[in-house]
Design a binder for this molecule. Structure first.
Ligand code: GLA
Length: 415
């Protein structure tokens, strides 16, 4: 009897030991990323949306200068990210990536130094596949070597794409690169760009700081763009794909509905709506326009600090769609200090008059734990584009909203 008890205890002990080892190793396996980065959605600029692979050192140095002189840096944008096309078509004899010597005659370290000298952080692109989407050498099989190279250049941000990955497992590939970055020892934001194909919001929280949720955006508001064998999505289409995954985002781990197209050809109203919605979504704000040639309107959209502060709110909550009627949608985002952002979007092709009686609405949300009754509490309404207070929630809101326009409000509780 005694022996049987002993055996039972032994076997329970070993089971517990194995369980503890499994827990320890799996938490180690996943806890790779630099936890302290991107506590609010990253803000920056990326070369892809305007230039694709047509980049070169001089043009990019001018872009860095414009980043600073236009006020983008002062508005909170920090990262300067080179997308696809920065490298030579072949690795060198040691298997190392090399910057295309024609595009970057001074080399990548010198360019990174220039970016840093302006008080910005430097980002770069590669791909989990054998080749990048534009056909340059991919990182598959070179993860640790590439991460060490990036660290030696002073890279602060890596966007990691998903082309040419036929037989590769997505979770493994992104985890391997995350571990390689950790091993290289330099804190880098890790931006997963597998287009939401493998539900990264379910597994990437400890792997990287942001993950794309859809295919590529294009500079269109209500329509998609057929590119032959694939389609890029307009702003509204991408917006519609975000609501069901909002609970997976928060400080240090963000859903990424792709980079901004502000200043790339939509109307002023559409640019404001796109920017407002990305701020409501707590999306990374990565501008993708030519910073050297911004109109005053484009600058005013990208640098509106009151709208940006909704994006950068420390609670890190994504908005939810509260209400929808006749082409008008209302999005609500919980902010710190019991404040709220409320964005009315007119998706329709005609101007609409809204008459919204706050007191007829109870706003509740399980994710952000909102429970608001405007009969019990009053809020001051601030129009974040007009930059003025427009009354309180004690009176119905009466406004005209143009087609594809937003009314973006911040509500502050009156104590
Ligand atoms: C994919 C990505 C884009 C861009 C290109 C580069 O399409 O989704 O954001 O990085 O590749 O080739």
């Amino acid at each position: 009897m005694l022996t049987k008890n002993n055996n039972n205890m032994k076997s329970t002990f070993y089971k517990l030991l194995i369980f503890a080892i499994c827990c320890f190793s799996s938490s180690n396996l996943f806890a790779q990323k630099f936890e302290e980065l991107a506590q609010t959605p990253p803000m920056g600029w990326n070369s892809w949306n305007t230039f694709q692979t047509n980049i070169n050192e001089q043009m990019l140095r001018d872009m860095v200068d414009a980043y600073v002189s236009s006020g983008m840096r002062d508005a909170g944008y920090t990262y300067f990210v080179l997308d696809d096309g920065w490298m030579a078509m072949q690795r060198d004899s040691n298997g190392s990536l090399v910057a295309d010597p024609k595009k970057f005659p001074s080399g990548m370290k010198a360019f990174a130094d220039y970016v840093h000298s302006k008080g910005l952080k430097f980002g770069i692109y590669n791909c989990a596949g054998t080749h990048t989407c534009a056909g340059y050498p991919g990182t598959h099989g070179y993860e640790y070597q590439d991460a060490r190279l990036y660290a030696s250049w002073g890279v602060d941000y890596l966007k990691y794409d998903w082309c040419n990955t036929d037989s590769i497992n997505a979770r493994d590939a992104y985890l391997t690169m995350s571990r390689a970055i950790r091993a290289a020892g330099r804190p880098m934001i890790f931006s997963l760009c597998e287009w939401g194909n493998h539900g990264p919001w379910l597994w990437a929280k400890n792997v990287g700081q942001l993950w794309r949720t859809t295919t590529d955006i294009h500079a269109g508001f209500a329509q998609d763009l057929n590119n032959g064998n694939w389609t890029s999505f307009g702003v509204l289409h991408i917006l519609d794909l975000q609501d069901h995954i909002r609970q997976y985002a928060g400080p240090g781990h963000w859903n990424d509905p792709d980079m901004l197209e502000v200043g790339n050809g939509m109307t002023y109203a559409e640019d404001k709506a796109h920017f407002s919605l990305w701020c409501m979504l707590a999306a990374p704000l990565i501008s993708g326009n030519d910073l050297r040639k911004m109109s005053p309107q484009t600058i005013s959209v990208l640098t509106n600090k009151e709208v940006i502060s909704v994006n950068q709110d420390s609670l890190g909550m994504e908005c939810f769609k509260y209400y929808s009627f006749d082409g008008i949608e209302i999005f609500v985002k919980a902010l710190k200090d019991n404040s709220l952002a409320v964005c009315f979007l007119n998706r329709s092709s005609r101007q609409q008059n809204i008459n919204f009686d706050w007191k007829e609405h109870l706003i509740t949300d399980t994710v952000s734990k909102l429970d608001i009754d405007f009969n019990k509490n009053t809020y001051v309404l601030r129009d974040l584009w007009a930059k003025k207070n427009i009354g309180t929630t004690n009176k119905p809101l009466k406004q005209t909203i143009g087609s594809h326009e937003v009314l973006m409000l911040k509500l502050s509780k009156v104590n």
